[in-house]
Design a protein around this ligand. Structure first.
Ligand code: SDX
Length: 428
């Protein structure tokens, strides 16, 4: 309910707009009646000042570097929870009891297999297809297989589709990797954890048993937690907009995958490691920092900066700590980690980055870990999509269940030609 109002004076008229308050965070000025009362639109390309929806899933305070999922700080969830438990929390709103978690995990594990025909679908791609191209195609193609869970008006079908998407993403991502390296697909092994199953499907081979390394399984599971959901980011907004038309959940998630692929968004983890490889050794860092500051140079520090965080991304803090755990567990050491640490140190001392409040984000360190575990850079964004699926699905369910939900249809500021008559070609 609104207990405050904002007064707008326009065209010699004043109108009062209701101000709505959330449980925490900025108020919103409700402009739903603005066009009807003034004949004017608001203008906010990039939606930097726009709340597109009401949500109870995830709260971010960008100035303080706070990220809460259903009220629980990301640092505590990363430390104490599991990806399955965080998935349950995002979908249901509360932490599960042990029985609830066991039931949820069992349900997810029973949806991990793909329809066998989809294995044939993979064979239509070139072997060097980018895994995100395959993910877009295969996830969209799920709509062609699961007709019993595409009626979005049926809560039971929505639940089944949600479980299928969460459960099948590891299988789909692992198969994309196997296809790219010419190795046979491995079926899921449901005696393993969600994350252990994914690691085995990705790195195991039929010729020998695969041992899940507990420290790697823990690190991977934590990386999935860090990527699970993040308020109304570009790909989540894409999923919500696609879902607002009534499109089936598989098509909506495929749209989210396509949006996530961009280097300004989820594609930044792949771009950040490629950038660290291009920089190479710490002595080259000053040159690249100068390039990032040069307006005439399109180069940016990938994994740095964020639309919302004007402080350290709390996920990057956890990610940096996880690097050492994985290095110790695998007895590896990648000098690029030292380059990343030095780059962060120098950038955070530079006035350009200080003034623009540019800090490392979730993508800055993730690539160093994923590379140490054995993933090629082309798989990094596919892993982001795997983890973000539960956030997309939770946000999609929240939107569909909202009684006030309508199709999203923004307007524009038109600056093209005004009406004019057609001129026949022999008169031009
Ligand atoms: C994700 O939204 C989410 O929540 C996304 C995400 C999630 O979990 O869903 O957190 C995941 O996408 C993280 C962000 C990953 N992207 C990158 O790391 C790519 C590099 N970062 C930038 O492209 C940029 O910071 C964005 C896209 C992330 C944010 O861009 P904004 O909010 O539109 O800010 P901006 O581009 O207007 O930048 C503000 C200023 C600009 O300078 P001026 O025009 O004001 O002079 O800062 C500069 C930018 O040029 N700037 C950078 C920079 N990022 C911003 N300069 C150098 N290096 C950078 N990385």
């Amino acid at each position: 309910m609104a207990d405050k109002a904002a007064t707008l004076t326009y065209d010699n008229k004043s109108i009062d707009l209701p101000v709505l308050a959330g449980s925490v965070g900025p108020d919103v000025i409700d402009i739903r009646k603005l066009y009807g009362q003034t004949g004017a639109f608001t203008y906010d390309p990039g939606y930097k000042s726009t709340a597109s929806c009401e949500s109870a899933l995830t709260y971010i305070d960008g100035d303080e570097g706070v990220l809460l999922h259903r009220g629980y700080p990301i640092g505590q969830l990363a430390e104490h929870s599991s990806f399955m438990e965080v998935s349950y929390l995002l979908l249901n709103g509360e932490l599960p009891s042990k029985d609830e978690l066991d039931d949820f995990t069992y349900t997810i594990s029973r949806h991990t297999m793909l329809h066998e025909q989809l294995a044939t679908f993979y064979r239509g791609f070139r072997r060097d297809a980018h895994p995100m191209a395959i993910m877009c195609g295969v996830v969209g193609a799920l709509s062609a297989f699961y007709h019993d869970s595409t009626d979005i008006s049926d809560p039971e079908q929505r639940k089944i589709a949600s479980h299928r998407l969460i459960a099948k993403m590891p299988t789909i991502a692992a198969m994309a990797f196997k296809y790219s390296v010419g190795q046979p697909f491995l079926y899921p092994d449901n005696s393993l954890s969600y994350t252990g199953n994914f690691l085995r499907m990705t790195f195991g081979v039929p010729a020998e048993p695969y041992e899940v390394v507990p420290a790697v399984e823990r690190a991977m599971d934590r990386i999935f937690i860090l990527h699970a959901d993040h308020e109304q980011n570009a790909s989540t907004s894409t999923v919500r907009l696609a879902g607002s038309s009534g499109a089936n959940p598989f098509a909506c998630i495929a749209a989210g995958i396509a949006c996530l692929w961009g280097p300004a968004h989820g594609g930044a983890n792949e771009a950040a490691l490629n950038m660290l490889r291009e920089i190479g050794t710490p002595d080259k860092i000053p040159h690249y920092i100068e390039r990032a500051k040069d307006k005439n140079d399109p180069f940016r520090l990938m994994g740095f900066g964020h639309r919302v965080y004007k402080n350290y991304d709390p996920r990057a803090t956890v990610m940096q700590k996880t690097v050492r755990e994985v290095f110790d567990a695998l007895k590896v050491n990648d000098p690029l980690f030292e380059t990343a640490l030095r780059l962060e140190e120098l950038a955070l001392k530079d006035d350009y980055f200080i003034e623009k409040k540019l800090f490392p984000n979730v993508d800055f360190y993730s690539g160093v870990i994923l590379s140490a575990i054995g993933f090629p850079t082309t798989m990094f964004t596919a892993l982001f999509a795997l983890a973000r699926t539960v956030g997309w699905v939770a946000q999609w369910n929240e939107m569909i269940s909202d009684p006030g939900q309508v199709i999203g249809r923004p307007r524009q500021l038109y600056t093209g030609p005004t009406e004019r008559d057609y001129v026949p070609v022999d008169k031009r």
